[in-house]
Design a protein around this ligand. Sequence first.
Ligand code: 5GP
Length: 202
Amino acid sequence: MKRTSGLLFVISAPSGAGKTSLCRAITDSLGNLTHSISYATRQPRPGEIDGRDYYFVTQERFQEMIKAGDFAEWAEVHANLYGTSRRVLDDIIGRGIDVILDIDTQGARQIKTKYPDAIFIFIMPPSLEILEERLRNRKSDREEEIKRRLQRAHGEIRDYGMYGYIVINRDFDRALSELRSIVTAERCRTRLADAAWIESMM
Ligand code: 5GP
């Protein structure tokens, strides 16, 4: 049964918790679920592709988009600007497709006021030590960047109470399975059911 409006899942986590890989794996493994591509002013990392990982734009272009009201949410993260296009998001939801936003806690707060039905999931690393180890293994960030991301992790974790679900990424497959369960359960909400069809059986 095709819904007329897609569900909006917001997933946040401290950098290095494995959120990007989990988001990619869940959209690959479940149907009718996609991931919204954000706009970002940072430089692409090795292997990242414009239009697949992010739409990489200049600070000037990003500021123009803010002025034009193009963003459903936007935030400054690690001295770079990131934002979700309102048009892209509303278009996906309007087609009845469920969508995941992989955004920081500042952006999540903005989505909460604009899209009250959105579902909020926070991914936790098993420990701060493991978070640091994962950031170092990534080898794409300089030392000061790693320090900045670790510092920020504390602030992000402080916002966990805003989220309806917590998934601990100790083991990737287990975390993925928990995420799939959350999406599946949310799709079974009574408010999403075809009331006319159910009532026809009464
Ligand atoms: P990274 O530079 O490592 O790809 O992302 C840094 C942080 O920016 C991550 O926490 C990521 O979730 C967040 N981020 C990515 N896209 C967006 C966005 O469109 N809006 C907001 N608010 N945060 C974003």
